[in-house]
Design a protein around this ligand. Structure first.
Ligand code: ADP
Ligand code: MG
Length: 482
């Protein structure tokens, strides 16, 4: 029997507002414990929340970014539960009427195609504090810096079937929110946390199985591994005739397995009711329009434009628009050297490899767009072979100046002068008389191999500077004559 995996994702996104969602305390990562929580965040008696307008704007920007319906009247609700990191005894969230309603998000897959994911809703809420288990032996500390951090919880329909789709969605989401500038999307710091709801069903079935929810997975790689581990676990149970318990689970990366946290039955009575201390959020069409007008060009539109304007493949365009900095780098380089395909190749090849190796973002690349444009210009005009281009790239990375300066300083100019090349060919032929004779007696497949040999010798003699196209031409003519 074969099984199909069904998944819906819930993402908690920290919004990059200056202050918290209902108080004036700073909303920054990494401050000393409890230095960033004011009386409102601590839930002191008599404190009243004041809604942060920027958090509302960010939520609307997100809704418009995924073409969702905006809830023109949304309300806040109290979600009641008891936990040491929640001083008020309830979390303010939006349960009954969220600010962002249904929408469809087009997710680019690695083959360049688009995969539509239905978004159920996205709502505003405040984050809780954090329990600290590793600081005081035998005791647990509570850090309330995070209490009141504005979150947008984004919920999808159960539309995912593979880990690849789930990861592609998360990457596209990450890209969208960084374009919008509403979150830094930093998964390692918890700015983007993902819950995976997962169930199995027999392939071909159209009803859903019982699901489990894997909480707070915090990297793309762990999302992939958690899905694999939980799918395997459920499949084994189902094949043994054991039914799945609906529960919350944790992914343990060290053991590469998921583990039960709590079962849903006990955890689920939140006694939601409307928050009496906050008014409904009422949005006018004018307001929504003004937010729409101010949106930057988003990844999907930029991708379409890159394909049309620069004749890039779907694949290259998707990679180049994945971050706003990458896209800006590309366009800057192309205005200086009108060779989009070559610029894209260098960026997605050598440049990305070097950035990954050093673990730095493109905004900190030691090779700036004008340097890369200068390099590509010298390859296009024949001054450099692509092999010499790689040497120049290395030198650019080391900060040895512009491409032209490096070519001068290192004497890297490609030799395209026919006279000089003819002499090189003649020299190598006379040093390798045997191979010349073999070539002239050989069939065409053997001849190809020998050409490779001669070209290798000539490139060596020219220290890599002979123009390979011209060499090929001169060499075959010389070998085929006589
Ligand atoms: P809850 O109220 O318990 O949070 P929801 O109905 O809101 O449950 O669903 C939460 C998430 O679980 C959504 O992303 C949804 O797509 C997903 N989901 C619901 N049912 C299933 C299922 N049978 N298998 C996988 N995912 C599911
Ligand atoms: Mg939920």
């Amino acid at each position: 029997m074969s099984w199909e995996t069904v998944m819906g994702l819930e993402v908690h996104l920290q919004l990059a507002t200056a202050s918290k969602i209902f108080s004036g305390a700073a909303n920054k990562f990494g401050a000393d414990p409890n230095s960033q929580a004011c009386a409102v965040d601590l839930g002191m008696p008599g404190m009243l929340p004041v809604l942060n307008e920027q958090a509302v704007r960010y939520a609307v920007m997100f809704g418009l970014g995924i073409d969702a319906r905006i809830g023109k009247r949304s309300i806040f609700d109290r979600k009641n539960y008891f936990y040491p990191d929640l001083p008020k005894g309830y979390q303010v969230s939006q349960f009954f009427e969220p600010i962002v309603c249904e929408g469809v998000f087009q997710v680019p897959l690695s083959d360049g195609s688009l995969f539509p994911i239905r978004i159920t809703r996205a709502h505003l809420e405040e984050d809780a504090g954090k329990s600290v288990h590793d600081r005081f032996p035998g005791q647990t500390g509570v850090d309330l810096n995070r209490a009141g951090t504005p979150l947008l919880e984004i919920v999808t329909e159960p539309d995912f079937r593979t880990a690849e789709q789930a990861v592609a969605y998360l990457k596209a989401l990450h890209s969208l929110v960084t374009y919008l500038g509403i979150s830094d999307g930093n998964m390692a710091e918890g700015s983007m946390r993902c819950d995976i709801n997962l169930s199995l069903r027999p392939t071909g079935s159209d009803s859903y199985g019982t699901r489990t929810e894997i909480k707070n997975v915090n990297s793309f790689r762990f999302v992939e591994k958690a899905i694999a581990a939980e799918t395997a676990r459920q499949q084994e149970l189902l094949e043994d005739g054991v039914s799945i318990v609906q529960e919350t689970r944790l992914y343990d990366a060290d053991r590469d397995e998921t583990r039960s946290m709590r079962s849903k039955e006990v955890a689920n009575d939140y006694r939601y009711f409307p928050e009496p201390d906050l008014l409904p959020i009422v949005l006018t069409d004018d307001y929504i329009d003004s937010v729409r007008q101010a949106l930057p060009e988003l990844p999907a539109a930029k991708r379409e434009r890159f394909i049309a304007q620069y004749q890039l493949s779907d694949y290259d365009a998707a990679l180049l628009v994945s971050s706003p900095d990458m896209a800006a780098y590309f366009e800057k380089a192309v205005t200086l050297c009108d060779e989009p395909k070559a610029i894209a190749n260098w960026m997605l090849g050598d440049l990305s490899a070097a950035l990954n190796k050093e673990g730095i973002p493109v905004s900190q690349s030691p090779v700036e767009p004008q340097n890369l444009a200068g390099l590509v210009a010298r390859i296009t005009d024949g001054t450099l072979s692509s092999k010499l281009g790689k040497q120049v790239f290395e030198a650019l990375w080391q900060g040895e100046g512009s491409a032209d300066q490096i070519i001068e300083a290192r004497g890297l100019r490609q030799v395209s002068d026919t006279g000089a090349l003819e002499k090189l060919v003649a020299d190598v032929m006379s040093e390798n008389q045997d191979q010349v004779a073999q070539y002239r007696a050989a069939d065409s497949s053997k001849q190809k191999k020998l050409i490779g040999f001669f070209v290798g010798q000539i490139m060596k003699a020219s220290k890599g500077q002979a123009n390979p196209q011209l060499i090929n031409k001169i060499l075959t003519e010389a070998l085929d004559s006589d």
